[in-house]
Design a protein around this ligand. Structure first.
Ligand SMILES: [Zn+2]
Length: 150
């Protein structure tokens, strides 16, 4: 079942690579030094284009709704999303029993005399729902398996 983790890592690598290519090598070198990448914004000339915050035209002609969508999902956001998803994926691992070491479903609880509640949790089989949900946006990829569908 680690195939799902590898599938997800491959898709995140592809997303990252596409974002990096659109930003260019000079900007990515700056990002690696901890400097921010320019954001994509609507063209300051009022047309339906997209520029970046450093004044470089990025997309010439789009409909306004498409422009707004592209700007919301610009390469810098994709890079942040890839980083967040990788970190989230790294939090979930399976143990020797085949359960996620992080995820567990609450089964029952007990309250002590001081009102403190203690949950009894059951293990969640690997891959856990969180990892399956991370892969769900890529369900149309030819390597995606229906068995991974949460
Ligand atoms: Zn998990």
């Amino acid at each position: 079942m680690d195939d799902l983790v590898q599938f997800l890592r491959n898709r995140l690598d592809e997303d990252e690579r596409a974002a990096q290519l659109s930003l260019g090598t000079n900007v990515m070198a700056r990002v690696r030094r901890g400097q921010p990448a320019p954001r994509w914004v609507p063209s300051p000339e009022g047309d339906a284009g997209i520029w970046d915050t450093e004044g470089t035209p990025r997309v010439k002609f789009v409909w306004a709704r498409e422009r707004d969508h592209i700007v919301r999902h610009d390469p810098t956001r994709i890079l942040r999303e890839v980083d967040a998803k990788r970190r989230l994926l790294g939090e979930h691992r399976h143990d020797s029993s085949g359960s996620c070491t992080l995820c567990a479903l609450p089964e029952d609880f007990d309250d002590d005399a001081d009102g403190n509640r203690t949950f009894t949790r059951s293990a969640q089989p690997w891959p856990c729902t969180t990892v399956k949900l991370l892969a769900l946006p890529y369900a149309d990829h030819p390597d995606y398996r229906d068995a991974w569908r949460p």
